[in-house]
Write a new protein. Structure first.
Length: 127
């Protein structure tokens, strides 16, 4: 269910590393827990994020939740389409990336979960 081409956090973000940059988004499990997403607040291009730090917020009809950076780096791109269409996070969360970061320490990936480990985490949470 969870794509094998990325890593996951226990906070339900995913990161897809491509060379020195990586796309970041939230998982299908996260969007299910949130319900209908109505707003996404993302950082500006040029900002810096540290692993584990809050990089934005996501608002649904149920709650406002913080978004945590799976890895540190410089924000080089923001998915501007989410400003007008935040609901795409619900319809296709694994394609709806939020930010792209230029990674500062690829070794941070070692602390993240692979798809199998993340699936086990979600399965445990659902039971």
């Amino acid at each position: 269910m969870y794509p094998n081409d990325r890593k996951y956090t226990k906070d339900h973000e995913w990161i897809r590393i491509q060379g020195d940059t990586a796309q970041v988004g939230i998982t299908d499990f996260a969007q299910q827990q949130l319900g209908d997403v109505v707003f996404v607040d993302l950082p500006d291009v040029g900002g810096t994020v540290k692993q584990g730090d809050v990089f934005g917020t996501i608002e649904s009809v149920k709650a406002v939740s913080e978004l945590f950076a799976p890895m540190g780096g410089d924000v080089v791109e923001v998915n501007a389409a989410l400003k007008d269409h935040p609901e795409t996070v619900n319809t296709d969360p694994h394609a709806s990336w939020m930010i792209v970061v230029r990674l500062t320490n690829k070794g941070e990936a070692g602390s993240l979960l692979d798809a199998t480990q993340y699936d086990a985490l979600v399965s445990a949470a659902e039971h």
